[in-house]
Design a protein around this ligand. Structure first.
Ligand SMILES: [Zn+2]
Length: 504
């Protein structure tokens, strides 16, 4: 390891240690302070009005504990928020402001977070939020993420959605992060006050640029559209389509809310499990082929991005050239097999490959096996050569892009056999819509090998394959996640599905 690299690693480790240490210290300090305040000021903190002298002695008490002086006020506000003493916290902030204490952005952020919890916003609260908005907009050129999120939530809470958009814009000009919480609050607010067109505009932005909104926005969407019984069914389907288009799996909370609403509307909606790709409620097999247009779109991008734009990452130009001409001469293939994957999935891998090839040969299928060079001699030895076409890539090359390229070049019906989830290709198709199409293509065209009861391996459509929203006849099948934190997370649990029958 060179000296520079070692220094960087050392610095990074030290930084990580300091951050972890600080966090642990602060967490511990909050716990200690919370306990000591409870002991000493329990009756005082619940009073409607706390005198200046009392606040001073509380602040002194916190300062004397072992925390850094710069975080005294934010720690105290955190403790009050945790104790649900919202008004007391706001009154503490007012005491600081009135007596010219230094108010840091963190302290101001904690005040705004207290306002988020306040049930009734009075005129003076509104003024305070607006003053902070003006202060931040005038004083800073870039915004901190927590402050921006809470400021947007507060501005929506007091009906100032245009100002909320200003905050989002200012933040996103300087920072690449997406303000998911802020958009969520904005969309929810706009639906709640009847501005559906604007809300929809920001809803689309969250799908295109981020992970979609969170529970609040979906609740407000539903609540708004339930007001018009003539259009609500279409609007629910429109949202499901967006989930499908952008590869989103909603949270359990959201899906339960939609199940209840849809059942009230006369649909039959239930949680379900998948057996293989069969829904255990409606007994339908979830098979989904892409439209010709979608397939062409995916195919073009996949061919270009997986191999051609990625030459040196995947292999070398000579090998790629040789491969493309090989495919052009041999295509179309009915089946493309990930040779290594099949061979190394158990001890009798070569026998399994042989069985598989014989079966396909009997059915008159044209098969291509892609493997590494080191398996070539075994293939010859076992006389498997005449059962299929073979392409052996250099041992250092990545074989997945070759498999995908061969399949796409062979047309819409070509199948691939591989237990690989091909997750790394997300980087290659860096577009949420195309990624969703890729998942849908994988679900319909990729087969995996699973153990059945006799311990024999058989081809199946069972997981591990990504879950994505399906529409089939009158049915929507929607996979869900436990929460909304990672709605595009790869999903292989077959239990968390829902079956929506629109015309039972
Ligand atoms: Zn079903």
């Amino acid at each position: 390891m060179n000296v520079q690299l070692r220094q960087i690693l050392y610095i990074k480790t030290a930084q990580l240690y300091t951050i972890t240490h600080k966090l642990m210290n602060t967490k511990l300090a909050i716990k200690n302070i919370s306990e000591s305040l409870e002991e000493k000021f329990k009756d005082v903190l619940v009073q409607p009005k706390i005198e200046k002298e009392t606040w001073e002695s509380i602040r002194k008490h916190v300062t004397e504990s072992s925390i850094h002086p710069s975080v005294v006020d934010s720690v105290l506000l955190t403790v009050l928020k945790e104790k649900k003493l919202v008004d007391t916290g706001i009154s503490y902030y007012q005491f600081l402001a009135k007596n010219n204490y230094d108010l840091s952005v963190i302290t101001q952020t904690y005040l705004l977070q207290l306002y988020e919890e306040k049930r009734i916003i009075e005129k003076e609260d509104k003024e305070c939020i607006l003053n902070l908005y003006e202060h931040f907009m005038n004083k800073y050129t870039s915004f901190e993420i927590n402050m921006s999120n809470t400021l947007v939530k507060n501005l929506c809470k007091i009906g100032e959605w245009r100002k909320a958009i200003n905050v989002i814009q200012k933040f996103e000009t300087n920072d690449q992060s997406f303000l998911r919480q802020a958009y969520n609050a904005l969309i929810s607010y706009l639906y709640d006050c009847g501005e559906a067109d604007k809300a929809y505009k920001y809803l689309l932005i969250t799908f295109k640029k981020g992970k979609g909104p969170m529970e609040h926005a979906y609740t407000s969407y539903l609540k708004y559209h339930l007001k018009d019984k003539n259009t609500v069914n279409g609007k629910i389907e429109e949202l499901f389509s967006l989930w499908r288009q952008y590869g989103i799996n909603p949270s359990e909370q959201t899906i339960l809310e939609y199940i209840a609403a849809c059942n009230d509307l006369g649909w039959s909606a239930k949680q379900t499990k998948l057996e293989g790709l069969k829904c255990t409620v409606c007994q339908q097999e979830l098979l989904q082929t892409l439209s010709d247009e979608d397939y062409e779109r995916l195919c073009k991008v996949a061919e270009q991005k997986l191999l051609l734009d990625n030459l040196y990452n995947v292999s070398n130009p000579t090998e790629i050239k040789r491969f493309i001409s090989f495919i052009n001469n041999g295509k179309p293939y009915d089946v493309v097999i990930d040779g290594l994957n099949l061979i190394y999935c158990n001890n009798s891998g070569y026998i399994m490959l042989q069985q598989n090839l014989v079966q396909h040969k009997k059915k008159g299928k044209k098969v291509l096996v892609i493997g590494r060079k080191h398996i070539e001699c075994m293939i010859k030895k076992l006389n498997l050569k005449e059962l299929a076409d073979y392409f052996f890539v250099d041992n250092l090359s990545k074989d997945d892009p070759f498999i995908l390229y061969a399949a796409f070049a062979s047309g819409k019906n070509a199948k691939i056999i591989s237990n690989d989830l091909m997750r790394q290709h997300k980087f290659a198709i860096d577009d949420v819509e195309l990624n969703a199409l890729f998942k849908r293509w994988q679900i319909s065209q990729q087969y995996t090998l699973e153990k059945d009861e006799q311990s024999m391996k058989k081809l199946t459509k069972k997981a591990p394959i990504d879950a994505i929203v399906h529409k089939q006849l009158n049915y929507w099948h929607i996979p869900y996640m436990y929460n909304s934190s990672q709605p595009r997370k790869r999903h292989t649990v077959n239990d968390n599905w829902t079956c929506f029958n629109m015309r039972p």
